[in-house]
Each structure stands twice: as structure tokens, then as C-alpha cells.
Design a protein around this ligand. Structure first.
Ligand SMILES: [Mg+2]
Length: 323
């Protein structure tokens, strides 16, 4: 096996779990390149030689992993997402057993699922055009303000930084969003308008039900409320009804489609998979890249298949599960 591990040492709490993973993954005869990213890494350069490997492991937080996944789009090499970040929502959405040993085993078994990515384009207020990929959610409004406010505290507080930021900002901007989904336009007022490839957030709460990464569709989520106390309501309901099937989601409306355009009545901040773009935006477009990512999945994943005993790279049965 030839493995490429791309690791962002700035992600999360600086855990060394990726080195335990590497030790579990490699066996006699294997080769491994461990590429440690610099602060100003360019995603395209970091994975430009990926086609020459049997497996590519992306180790970092959601922002790092999704930017690299976008550069690997449409490549057939299996890609393993390794959770080294603060929240690791992509890895929770993939649902693999998260321990280093279990992920190493999944890589040797080599079962993958072809999952969708999103692509988002916008012009910043200086007129510059941007296009990038996302794996989870991107959007404008309160969520982006929260990400920005949480940033200084993420390293010490972890996920709690987001909740602290929400409580410190009780009056978010209300905007009028013009939402066009596959040619049909809807006008809505709210504090956030998100485009989601997958909609499960912290605590296994699905913001909207039945949002999947393999249906070739993106979901648009509008939060139609004007204060943080109201915003806590859908989250509280979420704790009682994690899937969203039983009581639904008050103050949240959603649409589903392939091509999406959002225009906001006021310039608002934009975030892409938790990273805030500089400046403010008044509109953005998003489209789905169907089945563009070949992600390693194990039988625990909702995108995985039952273990049939096969192993693409061999040696998977000697990797022990952690005690
Ligand atoms: Mg989908």
C-alpha cells in the first residue's frame, strides 16, 4: 500500500492521534508520505500528487478536510477523513468508528462510498470572484457571525466557543433572502440562509430530516427567527427529536435542489464549512457535485455496507480494535 497522509497540525487541540493511526495502518512493504501542512497551505498543491497513491488520508478539522476534498473531486483514489479538528462534523456525518485503529482498518479494507460535494461561488465586496468547495454547509448570516466570534476561543474552549458566541450576540441581523432553487424563487425573512450537503450538527441533531450526502441534491435551510432565544428553540427540540421526524423544526424551513442562488437584502458575512470569508456578500450561488468524493466508510457508517470479509489492501485482520 502507498499511503499519503496530509495533516494540519494547527487543527483542533494538536492531538497526536494521526501518528497512532499511521503506526496502525502501515505494514511491511508499505510506503507512506506524511505531509504536514503550513499555516498558509494551498489545497491544490497539498494533494497535487494524490493520484499516485492507494489511499489519501486527510487529517484536520472540517475546513481543512473539505478544502482538500474539493481538490480531490472526481479522483478515484479512496480518501479517508481523519478527525483532528475541534468539531469534526464531517467525520461525525460519515459515521465511521472514529478511533485511529478502526480508521486504519477501514483504510486497509478499502470500502468507499461516492458522496456529493457542494461548490459555492460569490463576489466579495471588493469585486473579486471566488469559487470553492464544501462538504457540510455554507451560508450567510448569523451562523457566519457565530463562527467569526468563536474563532479566538476555539483552541481553549472547543465546541463551547460557538455557544458562548451565540449568547454574546442575542440580536442577529434579519435579512430578506431571495432563494432560487432549480429555477423557482422563494422570498423569506430570516437570520441565516444555509446551503447544506449534510445537516447533522453537534449532538447528532439533524437540523432538517433526511438530508443525505448521496442523493445528488443540496438542501437550503432558512432560519426564520430574529433572536438567539428563539434560535435555541429548534436546538432544544432537536435534543428531544434528533432526526426531526417527530416534532419537526420550528422556525426552520428548507428547500432541496441542484442549483441554488441566494440574494440577501443586506450584505452579510459568509462561511464555508466553518471558515469565514473576508468581507461581506450580497449574493452567492451553489451547485451540487454529485458523487464527487470517494470516501472510506466502515459498516458503522450510514453510507457503508456490511462487512463481507473482503480486504482491498490486505492485513486488515491484524489491526486490533482498541480495548
Ligand atoms: Mg444531499
Amino acid at each position: 500500500m502507498r499511503a499519503l497522509i496530509v495533516h494540519n497540525p494547527r487543527s483542533g487541540f494538536g492531538s497526536d492521534a494521526i501518528f497512532q493511526f499511521e503506526r496502525a495502518l502501515l505494514q511491511a512493504g508499505d510506503e507512506c508520505v506524511m505531509r504536514v501542512l503550513t499555516d498558509d497551505f494551498v489545497a491544490r498543491e497539498a494533494v497535487s500528487d494524490a493520484a499516485g497513491f492507494d489511499v489519501v488520508v486527510l487529517s484536520g478539522g472540517d475546513g481543512t478536510i473539505s478544502s482538500l476534498l474539493y481538490e480531490l473531486r472526481d479522483l478515484s483514489v479512496p480518501v479517508c477523513a481523519f478527525p483532528s479538528g475541534t468539531a469534526n462534523l464531517l467525520c461525525s456525518n460519515l459515521g465511521n468508528a472514529p478511533e485511529p485503529f478502526a480508521l486504519a482498518r477501514a483504510c486497509r479494507i478499502g470500502k468507499t462510498a461516492a458522496l456529493d460535494l457542494g461548490e459555492i461561488s460569490w463576489a466579495s465586496d471588493d469585486g473579486e470572484e471566488h469559487t470553492t468547495g464544501f462538504a457540510l454547509m455554507s451560508g450567510t448570516g448569523f451562523d457566519a457571525q457565530l463562527m467569526q466570534a468563536a474563532l479566538p476561543n476555539k483552541a481553549i474552549m472547543g465546541q463551547a466557543a460557538y455557544f458562548a458566541a451565540a449568547l454574546a450576540n442575542p440580536r442577529p441581523t434579519v435579512a430578506r433572502f431571495s432563494i432560487t432553487v432549480d429555477g423557482e424563487t422563494h422570498e423569506r425573512e430570516g437570520i441565516t440562509c444555509l446551503v447544506a450537503n449534510t445537516a447533522t450538527i453537534q449532538g447528532d441533531i439533524q437540523i432538517i430530516p433526511d438530508c443525505r450526502m448521496d442523493d445528488g441534491l443540496l438542501d437550503v435551510i432558512v432560519v426564520e427567527t430574529s433572536d438567539a432565544a428563539q434560535l435555541l428553540k429548534p436546538l432544544a427540540v432537536g435534543l428531544l427529536d434528533r432526526s426531526g421526524h417527530a416534532v419537526g423544526r420550528p422556525h426552520i424551513e428548507s428547500f432541496r435542489g441542484r442549483e441554488i442562488k441566494i440574494v440577501s437584502s443586506v450584505p452579510v458575512p459568509l462561511e464555508v464549512d466553518g471558515d469565514v470569508a473576508p468581507g461581506l456578500v450580497s449574493s452567492y450561488e451553489a451547485r451540487v457535485l454529485p458523487r464527487a468524493a470517494q470516501l472510506v466508510v466502515d459498516p458503522m457508517s450510514p453510507y457503508g455496507t456490511a462487512d463481507d470479509g473482503s480486504s482491498r489492501f490486505g492485513g486488515s485482520d491484524v489491526i486490533a480494535y482498541p480495548k
